[in-house]
Design a protein around this ligand. Structure first.
Ligand code: IP8
Length: 284
């Protein structure tokens, strides 16, 4: 008779190579005002550049109009309230798969060995805890053997509310706690973080900030475009960025509609973007 044995994880190298995490923002790869509208050309441009990235990386994509529109309609962020929400939940998961499939297709066209993971199948939130648990070993192993892991924001199951929205940004925070991450690059539809100068009241691009400087800036100082987004848009990013900064060298926020800027970041050249130095950086 065949007997099954459970082996401890072999080959999970704790002194592993440092990685970058790239977030394909939902607002840059989809038209957020139009249900399930993909910006195919932009997606192709971005993946063309990612396919020549000089380092091991994980790609996380946002949901854009494949997730946020129905998430708002069915109040997914509030957790389980009524059974009508289940139709919304199932449809959003279906739509997210659809978006992921479209992204995978473009990676495949570029000959990249990309492998997708369903975030909600790897992560869970236990009762009475704000922290999420993630089963990281499969992602780690995929990276180790040379695959490019692709994950996304998702609807996560929880003990307390049954389910909740889990943004790709929060997922990146969790990944940064578990991997040795050098840079996190947010590809968005804005040039970076806009801040309002408290004396002149002029809104300008924040080009560089240290971890300490970034923590001193009050949320009210950030300029917001006021776009509807169940995970809070750019303003909602701020706290997550502060958390991620604890575990990475650098966070870069760059406009994904300008592929040449991303190319410059890849080449470590200066370009229009926001660069925030993390707590772990040796460059400080
Ligand atoms: O677009 C949200 O992820 P995000 C996930 O990264 C859903 O904020 C399902 C709306």
């Amino acid at each position: 008779m065949l007997s099954l044995q459970i082996f401890p994880h072999k080959g999970l190298d704790m002194n592993r190579e440092r990685i970058d995490i790239i977030k394909l923002g939902g607002s840059v790869i989809t038209d957020k005002t139009s249900y399930k509208k993909l910006k195919k050309n932009t997606l192709q441009d971005l993946i063309r550049i990612i396919s020549i990235w000089d380092k091991k990386c994980i790609v996380v994509h946002g949901a854009g109009s494949f997730g946020h529109i129905l998430a708002e309609k069915y109040s997914i962020v509030s957790g389980y309230q009524n059974k009508e929400q289940l139709a919304g939940l199932a449809q959003i998961r279906y739509d997210l798969n659809d978006l992921k499939q479209k992204i995978l297709e473009v990676f495949n066209e570029k000959g990249i060995n990309v492998l997708d993971f369903q975030t909600s199948a790897l992560a869970y939130q236990k009762a009475g805890s704000a922290d999420k648990e993630i089963f990281i070993a499969p992602v780690l192993k995929a990276l180790e053997i040379g695959l490019l892991p692709l994950l996304s924001g998702d609807i996560l199951f929880t003990d307390d509310e049954s389910f909740t929205i889990y943004s790709g940004d929060s997922l990146i925070d969790l990944l940064a706690q578990n991997f040795d991450v050098s840079r996190v690059i947010f590809l968005t539809d804005v040039n970076g973080l806009m801040v309002t100068d408290s004396t002149s009241n002029i809104v300008k691009l924040l080009e560089n900030a240290s971890f300490e400087e970034f923590n001193r800036i009050e949320p009210a100082d950030y300029s917001s475009e006021g776009k509807a987004d169940v995970t809070g848009g750019m303003l909602g990013k701020i706290d997550t960025i502060k958390a991620i900064l604890n575990n990475v060298d650098e966070i870069i926020i760059v406009n994904g509609n300008y592929p040449e800027r991303i190319q410059k970041i890849l080449d470590r050249d200066r370009t229009i973007c926001t660069v925030i130095t993390g707590r772990k950086s040796t460059k400080r």
